[in-house]
Write a protein that binds this ligand. Sequence first.
Ligand SMILES: [Fe+2]
Ligand SMILES: [Fe+2]
Length: 338
Amino acid sequence: MKQPVVNDSVEALNGDMAKKNLGGHWQLGLESYLSYPETTVQPCLWKWKDIYESLMRAGEVVSMEQAERRTVRLLNPALRDRQATTHTIQFSFQYVKSGEHARPHRHTAAAYRFILQGHGAYTTVNGQKCVMEEGDLILTPQLTWHDHTNDSGKPIIWLDGLDIPLVQSLQQLLFEPHPEDAQPIQKTSEEVALAQGASTAEFFHYKWSDAYRSLCAPVGLASPDRFDGYFFEYRNPMTGGSTMPTIQCALSLLRPRQETAAHRHTSTVIYHVFRGSGSSIVGERRFDWEAGDSFVVPLWHPHRHVNGSASEEAILFSMSDAPVLKSLDLYREEPAGV
Ligand SMILES: [Fe+2]
Ligand SMILES: [Fe+2]
């Protein structure tokens, strides 16, 4: 056995170990352990007028060839070095003018688009033509080929949600351009919806008319969820599972003057105000929102929502990383004061 170092000390040991790429548990200190999950993501609100103005300016000065996708991304002020909205998810807005085409590609990041303004353009996902209407949700799961074509005669704007920060942190990011300028179209999403025995692998398109009908069905007949109002989750129609393995999309409907109770959870959520106006309390921040605005609720931040209108319903579209937390047994939620 080796003889102990004469006049040894913790400091000397720490220094010698550092030279050998070693470290002691004692160097961490108890203060590095918290009794609750901590995040660097900040609550943040983005106003639609700022996003829209940037999109219109980008439409003038940024070509599709230059950009691959003409999107304006929401950047969390605490994550500027990562160019991300949160540590797991990315929110962007895409503008495609009439006559434009965004060439096909695929990537390991899963994505979806939620259509905000315009209709009649289409996304092609693995050869399936999905014609866009306002409020539709179209999935491009990981490694599905996708390109966008606007032959509608009018511009279109949609919201893009991706799990790219999560995939990046797992060091699994892969991007591949398609060998052709446009994918050959083999079928339409309407044909898939009507087909008997369509597989999960072919289901990409949730129509707004179906989602809104499901969202409204319990209004007046059943009590809303305490924390989320009347709540509709976009579930995988074949498995009943989450929208995609890493992403849960949902709609919350708040009746005029409705207020939710406060809670917190280990998932992070981004909201987009699809209709209406109101406010949300997120931690110590209060966000007053109107249609088109977006805001982040970081994990474990207490939050509640209020429809500020006495006559109009409010509808919040949301994207969450809850499926990731649940699959790792890290999801928790509880009521919380705010
Ligand atoms: Fe893409
Ligand atoms: Fe929540």
